[in-house]
Design a protein around this ligand. Structure first.
Ligand code: NOJ
Ligand code: CA
Length: 677
């Protein structure tokens, strides 16, 4: 903000009716905040002088007090000096993140009740975040929010990519592409391309001790927050002073600007864990695809997957091929019978008799490999919380420093305990996957894990809201329809699914999609809507610091050339750039290894064959790079057995050179660039 506009903003404080404004450091985005004739607080966002978000209300309903909606006035404004900072990620898509923003805090007072709240805006060159802040009140220490009424009135028509909120299948859905004015109730992030080409993403940051925000379309392009429900009635209950999560809007001129955007990370608090160098970004294999595809079972019996002998084979394979981790699912008691949405019988410490945990931990250690733990809860968080401390202690004892958790239950079917009754876990109640209780639960798990130097990767999670900045042991999540769906029915994840994830789900943070099914085949031989090359491109398109090679080890071994790529590709980057792509169509990234001078280029395609010409402007000048190329073979297509056709190439590439790649329907590509070779 310039001195002139700071002066203008301060001047506004003198008059309660005047609007407060704050602009992005480059001056292109401007937020205006005021109250209307009825005393209803609202904000507007303009981009390049044109309305982007029209008049949108910020207000709250409570279960035991009058709404904070009408009869408010601006009591004060505070403008903070511009922040222009850079901070370092312990791991991630890029090492350094730039945080450049201006800040304005506006306090509203409701005269009739003498209650107030402050709305804090941070305006970046590529987005806006704002949150509401409530002071503590001696006369009313507990605040019970019935609904947050924050609105987003999108000024232009556009196309939206979104998934349904409040549905049984949580976030595991195929994205819908509709006009913005045909969305019903959406999860965030929700991506919108306006008619003038501006790209927007609506999401939230720092979702802590609050309920997840869904976006409900009211009329036209007007959306309103709809908080995930709670079994208690009020959707959020807080004691003392508290803030809502940040409501965030990424604003970009193109798809790349949406992807290369750290808005939510910047809105989160810095690292609270200190040195987390004990977490090693790495790749892993697992006793997993066998269960997902139906060949083996999690439960005991003749096809039990997690046997001592098989785990040793997987440890051997990992050691031989440089995989740090071996995930083993179905190792613990509780899988026999119906665990879906039940989970009462799960033990998180007691292995099945045919899984010799102490011996396997020792074997893994000898081979330089780490077992990856698995805690499926069936959605029963009461049972998990009761065992959490013991489970994490045991994991640490066995060298297990990454744990995948799971919450398989229909949305609304998380089994919690009712803290409001005398015997907390005597009365079990149902919660949503993203309600306040579950939000609290996930953080509890992450904190307990951190105390034991363990990283967490939840499946069926609460969506990511950038909390990996504050808790860098929260390394990945599922939180979308993963590769597992490809095991269950032909073409179950359509070719456009992953190129849509890049511009929607992935904007929230790393995903444990589990690429690397080189057989491109699911259970009972069902075909996947992917070429083999796309399975490699996924490592570059969908970021995670823990990347699985999900296939059976026999299948990985049958593809030695593809395995070479998987072995080489990093899970931690110095830089990441989307160099070609459109929402839902294709996505090609250039990423620089954090631990060497190598670059990797590649990505994924939807069902339309296309040629992309890539320009290597990012390479170091004066260096010759040896490019090793994995690409779709001639005539490859996901539609037929030609999905197995892959081709290899190599050449020398220098800064500024171009490379034209043909991407098959459902295809992909991967290129490794090594300097001086
Ligand atoms: C669903 C998860 O996404 C999957 O990875 C896991 O294997 C099963 N639940 C069982 O926990
Ligand atoms: Ca899942």
């Amino acid at each position: 903000m310039t001195r002139l506009s700071i002066a203008a903003a301060l001047l506004c404080a003198a008059s309660p009716l005047a609007a407060a404004t704050v602009s992005s450091p480059d001056g292109r985005i401007t937020v205006t905040v005021e109250t209307d004739g009825e005393g209803i607080p609202f904000y507007e966002v303009a981009l390049g002088g044109k309305p982007l978000i029209g008049k949108s209300v910020i207000a709250f309903n409570f279960t035991d007090e009058d709404p904070l909606r009408r009869g408010l006035k601006v009591e004060g404004e505070a403008v903070s000096p511009m922040v222009d900072a850079k901070w370092e990620q312990p791991w991630g898509e890029r090492r350094f993140v730039t945080d450049r923003h201006n800040e304005l805090a506006v306090t509203f007072l409701q005269d009739a009740t003498k209650r107030r709240f402050t709305v804090r805006f941070r305006v970046f060159d590529n987005g806006v975040g704002f949150r509401s802040e409530f002071p503590s009140r001696a006369d009313h220490p507990k605040t019970s929010i019935a609904e947050e009424l924050t609105e987003f009135e999108i000024a232009q028509k556009g196309t939206a990519w979104w998934i349904q909120a409040g549905d049984f299948n949580r976030y595991e859905q195929i994205y819908q592409k509709t006009p913005t004015d045909a969305v019903s109730m959406a999860h965030t992030p929700m991506t919108i391309r306006l008619e003038d080409g501006t790209h927007l993403s609506f999401h939230e940051a720092a979702l802590v001790d609050y309920s997840g925000m869904w976006l409900q379309r009211l009329t036209g392009q007007r959306f309103r927050a709809h908080l995930s429900p709670s079994s208690r009635g009020p959707k959020v209950v807080r004691t003392g002073a508290f803030t809502t999560p940040w409501r965030s809007i990424r604003i970009a001129k193109d798809a790349a600007g949406l992807v290369e955007n750290d808005l939510e990370l910047n809105l989160n608090e810095p690292n609270k864990l200190g040195d987390v160098s004990w977490f090693k970004p790495a790749k892993y294999i697992g006793i997993w695809w066998g269960m997902i595809s139906g060949k083996w079972s999690w439960a005991q019996g003749p096809n039990h997957g997690a046997t001592t002998e098989r785990t040793k084979q997987y440890i051997d394979f990992a050691a031989k091929n440089g995989f740090r981790g071996v995930l083993v699912e179905g190792w613990d008691y509780g899988w026999d019978g119906n665990w879906f949405g039940n989970g009462r019988d799960f033990s998180f410490t007691k292995p099945y008799p045919d899984f010799d945990l102490p011996a396997l931990a020792a074997y893994a250690k000898k081979k330089g490999v780490h077992l990856i733990g698995h805690n499926e809860t069936g959605g029963n968080i009461a049972v998990y919380e009761a065992q959490l401390a013991d489970a994490m202690k045991q994991n640490a004892r066995y060298g297990i420093d990454v744990v995948k958790t799971g919450y398989v239950a229909d949305a609304g079917g998380i089994i919690s305990c009712n803290a409001d009754i005398a015997d907390p876990c005597g009365g079990q109640v149902m919660e949503w996957h993203d309600g306040q209780r579950q939000v609290q639960h996930h953080l509890r798990v992450v904190e307990e894990a951190a105390r034991n130097r363990i990283a967490i990767n939840p499946h069926e999670p609460v969506k990511d809201t950038g909390l990996r900045r504050t808790y860098p042991n929260w390394v990945a999540r599922e939180g979308a329809r993963g590769q597992e769906y490809n095991a269950w029915a032909p073409f179950n994840n359509p070719p456009s699914h992953e190129p849509t994830l890049v511009y929607t789900r992935m904007l929230s943070g790393p995903m444990d999609y589990t690429p690397g099914v080189l057989s491109v085949t699911g259970g009972n031989g069902v075909p996947m809507a992917s070429t083999v090359a796309k399975q490699l491109g996924l490592y570059l398109a969908l970021y995670s610091p823990i990347q699985m090679a999900a296939d059976f080890i026999e299948s990985l071994a049958e593809h030695p050339k593809e395995l070479e790529f998987i072995k080489a590709v990093p899970a931690d980057w110095a830089e990441s750039h989307l160099i070609a792509g459109e929402v839902g169509e294709y996505a090609i990234f250039a990423r620089k290894d954090r631990n060497s001078a190598d670059w990797y280029v590649g990505g994924i395609n939807d069902a339309t064959a296309r040629e992309v010409t890539l320009r290597f402007h990012f390479l170091d000048a004066g260096k010759a790079y040896k490019a090793t190329i994995w690409k779709d073979g001639e005539g490859a297509t996901y539609l037929t057995e030609a999905r197995h056709r892959i081709a290899y190439d190599s050449r020398t590439i220098r800064k500024g050179d171009t490379l034209t790649l043909w991407l098959a329907p459902g295809g992909g590509a991967a290129v490794r660039l090594q300097p001086g070779k």
